[in-house]
Design a protein around this ligand. Structure first.
Ligand SMILES: [Zn+2]
Length: 275
């Protein structure tokens, strides 16, 4: 007898339709109050998200390639000539990103919008000259506030990297904010758009690059709006274990060193046994 394995997506679709119908029934039969229509909308959104997530979860994870986890931070300058090798894709509003991460970014934005939110990418690739401009603007701001030049530079460093040391040079990082409030402030963590991104970014291969309480490692204050593409395998691990990229890269390096020393021990043992 032939056994047909049911497709799990069908169940999500059935669930989605049932949830929608149930919500609709609830709306009609109880009252037409704003509260019940809000509930119906929420139920439909939840059902829609379930369909989207199940499709994404069933996709195979991307193996981590070196370019995905290339570190650029206060101690790691962008490698010379890196920018010339990037193939760019232009988004709306003159924002440019690496074409290798573009489909994932687009999917993440589409799904966030499908969930009922309004995210916008306000920054992607930056040239070294533009980063210099941003850094100097920050320094001038603190000088105007009465800081001596050294102090102003120290304050600026908490918000902007020196030119050549910004992850934005890689074209793999984006700043995303709600369309209705495009100011990069830490309380953006309470906006629906950022809450959705923090919950789902790893499904698309992105991480929250500058998490809270990791300033000593990243060198950058908490930035709920800055997302970095690292591929789904690395992103899921990093977000699940609440790491920053510096910790993840160190972990991989330690694993490599460990397995290298393990295999050299094995070789030595084999040679000795042979001898
Ligand atoms: Zn950023």
């Amino acid at each position: 007898m032939r056994y047909h394995r049911p497709n799990p997506t069908i169940y999500y679709l059935i669930g989605a339709v049932a949830a929608g119908a149930f919500a609709l029934w609830g709306t009609v039969s109880v009252t037409r109050s704003a509260v019940s229509s809000w509930q119906a909308r929420k139920a439909a959104e939840t059902a829609k998200t379930a369909v989207v997530s199940s499709a994404i979860e069933s996709e195979p994870e991307e193996e981590t390639e070196p370019w995905m986890i290339l570190l650029v931070n206060k101690d790691h300058k962008i490698p010379t000539g890196y920018t010339r090798k990037i193939d760019f894709v232009k988004l709306r509003g003159d924002v440019w990103v690496d074409e290798r991460m573009y489909p994932s970014l687009q999917q993440m934005m589409d799904d966030c919008r499908a969930a009922g939110y309004h995210p916008i990418v306000i920054s992607g690739f930056r040239t070294i000259a533009y980063q210099d401009e941003l850094f100097q603007t920050e320094v001038r701001k603190y000088i105007r506030l009465g800081y001596p030049e050294n102090g102003a530079i120290l304050e600026a460093e908490k918000l902007q990297q020196h030119p050549g040391y910004s992850e934005h040079h890689l074209a793999l990082a984006v700043d995303i904010l709600p369309e209705s409030n495009q100011y990069p402030t830490q309380d953006q963590e309470n906006s629906d758009e950022i809450k959705w991104l923090m919950a789902h970014c790893q499904e698309y291969g992105f991480i929250l690059r500058y998490p809270v309480d990791k300033e000593s490692l990243t060198g950058i204050n908490y930035e709920p709006w800055h997302y970095r593409y690292v591929g789904t395998k690395a992103a899921k691990y990093i977000m699940k274990h609440k790491l920053c990229l510096e910790e993840y890269v160190t972990m991989l390096e330690e694993e490599t060193t460990q397995s290298a020393s393990d295999s050299s021990t094995e070789t030595t043992a084999a040679v000795e046994a042979d001898g």
